[in-house]
Design a protein around this ligand. Sequence first.
Ligand SMILES: [Zn+2]
Length: 305
Amino acid sequence: MKARFIPGLLAALLLLAAPALAVETKQQAEAPQAADKSAPAFQIQHVRNATAKLTSGDATFLIDPMLAAPGAYEGFANTYRGGMRNPFTPLPMPVEDLLAGVDAVILTHTHLDHWDPAAQKALPKDMPLFVQHEEDAKLVRGQGFRDVRILKDGELIKGVRLERTATRHGSEAMYADPVLARALGEVMGIVFTAPDGKKAWVVGDTVWFPGVDAVLAAHRPDVIIMNAGGAAMAIPAFQDAPEIIMNKDDVLRMVRAAPDAQVVAVHMDAINHMTVDRKDLARFTREHGIRDKVLIPFDGEVMDF
Ligand SMILES: [Zn+2]
């Protein structure tokens, strides 16, 4: 009786165990890959303007997708070269390739050059989207997205830790003007910590302010992706200090403030109000002997760190 019963029981146990075994096999197959010391802590593809794809461990993030074709939008009102249409340049790859493998989208804020109708149309509506606050969440949910989350400080996504950093998207004087303060709005920066502890900081749209020094001191990032196009307002009251993001002087300041970091300068050559282009910045970094400290990627370039 007993002897006959056992094979049946074993078969049942094996059947029950089959899915668990399958998972175990998969983990074993993946283990050598995870332990691969040659895999970069971060792989960052600069797409265009501030749009980037960042992969770390098993996680791939799409940051600030602005996906329109050249000339799709009017220039930003009251800004430098406001009569030009945006963006200037096409995406360097088909949208399907850009979206391949993306686990989540991160919006540092919702200005048109970071989140546009073309991106809203291209992204699947169930794509997880992380935003800075309830106001942006409400806006993005209103655009039909069903999985919109406010990024929590210290959020862990597939083994990568995300911490929010402060910004100031213009001068103090600009923020003292309520209408302009509202237009400039709020932006988050993000420090990504890879599973191996290496840190990459997406600085976001900001001028240099004490919060920048605070992040450098607190995190000592290994990679610093800075929006360095020197975007400028064209309002007479602010003509002496028209910038609303960092410029080439800030790139030099960043290299001096974080001499061990690799600086990556982006947010140039695509939007009307940039006062710095990649050629200017390359020349400037050569003149100041910091060319080797600053990567100025072309659209579509992939960088391993
Ligand atoms: Zn911007």
